[in-house]
Ligand binder design. Sequence first.
Ligand SMILES: *[C@@H]1O[C@H](CO)[C@@H](O)[C@H](O)[C@H]1NC(C)=O
Ligand SMILES: *[C@@H]1O[C@H](CO)[C@@H](O)[C@H](O)[C@H]1NC(C)=O
Length: 421
Amino acid sequence: MTASFHLILLLLISTTADREHFTSHGGPIQGRSSADHHLRAHHSSRITGSSHADAGSTFAKEGATEHTSISDDQKPKCWSDEASSRQYPMLTGTWKDSTEEGFEGFYDATEECPSYGHDFDCRRPYTGTPAGRVEEEFRKVFQPDQCSLESLDPVHFDAALAGRRLIMFGDSIMRIQWLSLACLLRSQSVEETGVGVSWYKTDLPQGEYQSSWGGEGTKEVVKQFAGQFTLKSGGQVIVRDMGVFNDTLMAELLDELGQLREMDVVLVNWGAWYPRFTWGYSEAPWTAWQEHMTQLFKDFLIPAPAKIIWKEYAPQHHEGVLGINFKVADKLPGGPWQTDCRPASVGESWYNDWVAEYLRACEGDACKHIQVLPIFNMSLLRHNSHFGSFGHGTADGHADCLHWCHNVADWWNVLLYNMLV
Ligand SMILES: *[C@@H]1O[C@H](CO)[C@@H](O)[C@H](O)[C@H]1NC(C)=O
Ligand SMILES: *[C@@H]1O[C@H](CO)[C@@H](O)[C@H](O)[C@H]1NC(C)=O
């Protein structure tokens, strides 16, 4: 068994939806559809406890702002015009209990997410979930130290994406962010157009796309998942999820999606499948990651006319200072195996350091359309909000401390919202 086997198992979570047809989007973006009446606007009222027409405009408000000691008005916005010019913004902060009574996240995924948005629902009743974990983890809201965040307003988010495409490329961690977005924007999405399925059930390029980093670390680009939904404004939110970057596949996907345009937004990240330190690989995957990302930036992101957002790596919480899964425990007969997720003080920051350096070294204006979504530090603080923190996969000692619950991914989208509106 290769060392990657467990990782692959971990990452291969598929849906059961039927084969879906993914049409190319060289054609016009769909406009307002007759499905509008299916909007479940009343669901957003659950968040604020009110049901007036503009309930959607404030749904994270109390949670996000009321408990600050300085009024948020006194802090600059995290993505004000001035801040927007910063390509790689600092973002430190803390997670606090929401002051909104009964607040347990922006939605209940089981109850409220679209049919294609149910993966990684940590709140799904599960026998291994530690008592009180849901309440404790979903009650928390992120409070930046230096700046203030606007509450995510689905109506404004929809408007900001009018006629645009938000295309998310990455691995299963990116899929979680897409799923969170599908839930957060449910009042604005034209549900019939939404689909999220395992890659092999689509008409997308299948191919082999071998990515090799030599020795026992030879890996396939595991094409995992594809999804898209359309908003009332005609905006589209698209995800293509594969374990590793592959240049040929990327080119084919961009053909399939149609040329990128200036108004499009590309959110992108790879990393989790390229462990820097793990059993049997030495540094080969890490070297491969640097080569792949160089190719990605050089051949795809830098020449793209679109707005590019590099999403920082989302930390793992397996063991030790770095939180990474060395796969050592897996090799030991009888364990010790891991049954919970643990705090990591530093995390795998080398991915971010590399990108920061790459952007710094980028000549002239070549990278000026590329910005960074700073999710690493905020997520590092939440070791108890992984799938494995809720008991999923812990029975056999393989706690999933890589994949995140929606509650944290929702805040990545709050940042994204603040960047885009
Ligand atoms: C994250 O935190 C580290 C150490 O606390 C700091 O050096 C780094 O600049 C922070 N990154 C961002 C994007 O805020
Ligand atoms: C992508 O896959 C093709 C076909 O398997 C392969 O020739 C190519 O080297 C791969 N690219 C990368 C960056 O690994």
